[in-house]
Write a protein that binds this ligand. Structure first.
Ligand SMILES: *[C@@H]1O[C@H](CO)[C@@H](O)[C@H](O)[C@H]1NC(C)=O
Ligand SMILES: *[C@@H]1O[C@H](CO)[C@@H](O)[C@H](O)[C@H]1NC(C)=O
Ligand SMILES: *[C@@H]1O[C@H](CO)[C@@H](O)[C@H](O)[C@H]1NC(C)=O
Length: 361
């Protein structure tokens, strides 16, 4: 599954493109895998479409037929008209002159016996008010960016000699770049706005992060504090560590924001320090779902307090249960009516716990 890993790598690299807070994007990722065992006719082909961080469509060649599949609940409600249009778009993008198949990055590897991956990412971004912000069109080969269309100048940008040869070839037909420009600035934006409207319950929601700071001992002199955020949407988040009010860029270790598996995201940032310096550090979290930035410190007291309260609660519960048990036992030995047992004992136990609380207070 080497090419699958490569695919994920490229996907991760491409989704890193900065999105402004409150902006929305629609992106398509095309992948073609070629190799000696696959043969030219049986190349593995796949397109996945995303609105922001959510996949909504998948298109692939499966045993000779082409399949368009919905991948999000809100897109399943789309009209047959929409599906016809979408399938036509996905098929055309395979066959137009600028398709991935027609773009050959000639690195003289045609008979090296290896598997090669061609990728294309394209899409558009809109401002929170719905107007066009920018577009993306990039081609990659074996996991590396090769060629892209600059959104400002609408000029091809090549990253090496092979890509430069392609760029020169593409520039002989100016209408190609122009056609892409029309699609990316107009059609793409219209479709994106339609998706945001139809899927607004899911796409325009903001789930604020749940957060926690934990302490881990690394050696007999050092500890690290880990600031974790999870359960948030959209994926855009900022987690930084401050020491005496200053950001600790050098000493902070991050993980990439990753999907939590339930449509939300997770991330952490950790910072290492000598023992007993913990209170100098503050974790600062910013997310669209938070009304204001959240600052957190490691609090040794709160965890032991929590444990203490837990023990009290457990003792109380046990006491209540004993009281309730005695009451029920008394009632049943006094011979109350069977049908009312459950009800009376419930009321009794509620009173019992009230009694125990007042007794304690
Ligand atoms: C996908 O399948 C269609 C129909 O069999 C075929 O014409 C096309 O070349 C295939 N595309 C790729 C990239 O394999
Ligand atoms: C591929 O081979 C041709 C002919 O030998 C050569 O001119 C060209 O520079 C090679 N390309 C690369 C990227 O090595
Ligand atoms: C939408 O917002 C962007 C960025 O804030 C601004 O540049 C643009 O003029 C706005 N467009 C409209 C139609 O209000």
């Amino acid at each position: 599954m080497e090419h699958y890993m490569l695919f994920l790598f490229f996907l991760a690299a491409l989704t890193q493109t900065e999105t402004w807070a409150g902006c929305h994007t629609m992106k398509y990722f095309d992948t073609i895998v070629t190799g000696p065992s696959l043969g030219l006719e049986e190349r593995w082909f796949m397109t996945v479409g995303y609105v922001d961080d959510q996949q909504f469509v998948r298109f692939h060649n499966s045993s000779g037929s082409q399949i368009t599949e919905p991948r999000a609940p809100w897109i399943e409600l789309e009209t047959p008209d929409y599906w016809e249009r979408e399938t036509r778009h996905l098929k055309d993008s395979q066959h137009c002159p600028m398709s991935l198949q027609n773009l050959h990055f000639n690195y003289n590897q045609s008979d090296d016996g290896g598997v090669h991956t061609l990728q294309r990412m394209y899409g558009c971004e809109v401002f929170p008010n719905g107007s066009f912000s920018t577009f993306f069109l990039r081609y990659g080969y074996d996991g590396q960016d090769k060629l892209s269309l600059d959104p400002e100048t609408v000029i091809w940008i090549a990253s090496d000699q092979v890509a430069l040869n392609l760029k020169l070839k593409l520039e002989t037909d100016r209408s190609l770049a122009e056609r892409w420009e029309v699609y990316l600035k107009e059609t793409c934006v219209q479709e994106l706005l339609r998706h945001l409207e139809k899927g607004k319950k899911t796409l325009l929601r903001t789930d604020p992060p749940s957060v926690r700071v934990t302490r881990h001992i690394t050696s007999d002199r050092e500890v690290f504090l880990k600031c974790r955020a999870w359960g948030f949407y959209p994926s855009e988040i900022s987690i930084i560590w401050l020491k005496d009010g200053e950001e600790q860029i050098q000493d902070t270790e991050y993980i990439e924001t990753r999907p939590g598996g339930d449509g939300t995201f997770q991330k952490w940032a950790a910072v290492e320090m000598p023992f007993r310096n913990e209170e100098k550090y503050t974790c600062l979290i910013q997310h669209e779902g938070l009304p204001a930035p959240l600052s957190l410190k490691w609090e040794p007291q709160s965890t032991s307090n929590g444990l203490f309260m837990g023990i009290i609660a457990a003792v109380l519960l046990l006491f209540t249960a004993v009281v309730a048990g005695v009451v029920i036992w008394k009632k049943s030995t006094l011979g109350g009516k069977g049908r009312n047992y459950a009800l009376t004992s419930e009321i009794d136990s509620a009173q019992g716990s009230d009694v125990s609380l007042t007794a304690r207070g």
